[in-house]
Design a protein around this ligand. Sequence first.
Ligand SMILES: [Ca+2]
Length: 204
Amino acid sequence: MERTKLTALFTAILLAAVSVPLTASAEEALPRLELIFGIKQMPDKTVYGLGETLDLTGGIVYDYATYIDYDADGRELRTYLDRFDQPMTREGYVLDASAFDNTTPGTYRIDLTKTETIEGTTASKTVSFEVMVGTRGDVSGDGQIDAVDASNLLIDCTCYGATGYHQFDARQLVFADYNEDGSVDAADASDILIQSTKDGVAKG
Ligand SMILES: [Ca+2]
């Protein structure tokens, strides 16, 4: 191929490469609103006793919005409405705690939704996280702290000793630390047994 033809070819390729971003497709040319909304920090409280009310204090979300429009030549025009870090309790965020049941031990999903409108375009984004409800010591989740819990705990400890893995799920592990020393071990099972025996004696 002659040098002049090669140069012409390269020029054509270069022009194509440059012109692509400037010629937005019909779909891209529509204005749109992009939201970035996520959890930066969980609320202080994610473990609840029975009957305790949900509290999002300490929870922080990151909150960014970009409105993208195009001028007559297809060039992007961006408008930013960035709020950076915001408390989960910020006015305007919609909390859906309908799954939360503080009367039944379990793990419950909490949703928090942000809705933004810029230049008549609206978008929403939801973040979700989990909280746990239960009673310390009640690993079986039946509402009682008794020999069954101590037994389950010993089985989990044996499993952990043998394999390095707990049998308990995340919620059970939280409530298994009966003596609140930060570890789940035979001492918790022993303390549960002692307490449940005392309770049994007290009940007569
Ligand atoms: Ca413990």
